[in-house]
Write a protein that binds this ligand. Structure first.
Ligand SMILES: Nc1ncnc2c1ncn2[C@@H]1O[C@H](COP(=O)(O)OP(=O)(O)O)[C@@H](O)[C@H]1O
Ligand SMILES: [Mg+2]
Length: 256
């Protein structure tokens, strides 16, 4: 069976600077894979390359065996969706929850108006949002509720692969664990594959099977989550990241 996502020799440039260098990794179907590394190491850029938001790239990106080239079409949106760090920025300020969740269905010509309403309510339930939020706007909700909306929106077309770019780092610590628990549950229920970008190793231990460590655009190490729990890394930078995260993990409490 082909990998859900296979990236080989990926390089990404912005102008003259190469910010991702010859990165290769693959994510099996149903797996949860983390990309970790300090700020600016190229994590988000890799996700952007997958969804076609980075233009100057070389290497290959395969989704379930199929090489991705050029603008991502409708088939792509039904297969792969991205959830961004800041739900306030990713949701349209003047669209209600109902409008935000219906939109992907309308664009793809799915269902009647009544079918779409049913699906909106079903997905609101799936992400733990009360129906009374259905006609609210983003500013009338908390950060955690907004991120639930963003997750529901990403799931409207029933994709198989979710790219999660620091999905909890803009949220209050007390809410982070709730959203992480939700993501774990949704993956189990829907057999999803995740690529999760984070700088918090405790989050990786909690919800990922494997991880890749990026430094300055290069993949310096790949490890199993078990190795992470024991701090067994061979790369010195990965070691350092691990030691640093031990302190951060304690401060983050339940997020680990
Ligand atoms: N649109 C852009 N134009 C130019 N440089 C960018 C752009 N986006 C990101 N970069 C640079 O690319 C590098 C990697 O960024 P990014 O992938 O966002 O890192 P991370 O997500 O790991 O924090 C950084 O040095 C950043 O400044
Ligand atoms: Mg980033």
């Amino acid at each position: 069976m082909s990998a859900a996502l296979e990236i080989s020799g990926l390089s990404v440039r912005y102008g003259r600077s190469t910010v991702v260098r010859e990165v290769s990794f693959s994510v099996a179907e149903g797996e949860s894979y983390a990309l970790v590394g300090e700020s600016g190491s190229g994590k988000s850029t890799i996700l952007r390359a997958v969804v076609g938001m980075a233009r100057d790239i070389s290497g290959t990106i395969r989704l379930s065996g199929e090489a991705l080239e050029g603008p991502r079409g409708r088939g792509f949106a039904r297969h792969c969706q991205m959830v961004f760090q800041d739900p306030y920025a990713s949701l349209h300020p003047r669209r209600t929850v109902d409008a935000a969740l219906s939109e992907p269905l309308v664009i793809h010509g799915i269902g009647t108006r009544a079918d779409r309403a049913d699906r909106v309510i079903e997905m609101m339930r799936a992400v733990g949002l009360d129906e009374r939020f259905r006609f609210r706007f983003p500013h009338q909700m908390s950060g955690g509720q907004r991120q639930r909306v963003a997750i529901a929106r990403a799931l409207m077309l029933d994709p198989k692969l979710l790219l999660l770019d620091e999905p909890t780092s803009a949220l209050d610590v007390s809410v982070q664990a709730e959203i992480l628990n939700l993501l774990v549950r949704l993956r189990e229920e829907r057999g999803l594959t995740y690529v999760l970008v984070t700088h918090a190793l405790p989050v990786v231990g909690f919800m990922c099977d494997r991880l890749g460590v990026l430094r300055k655009g290069r993949m310096v190490e790949e490890a199993e989550a078990g190795q992470l729990r024991e701090g067994r890394f061979s790369d010195p930078y990965a070691q350092e990241l691990y030691r640093f995260s031990l302190g951060a993990g304690e401060r983050q409490g339940q997020a680990g």
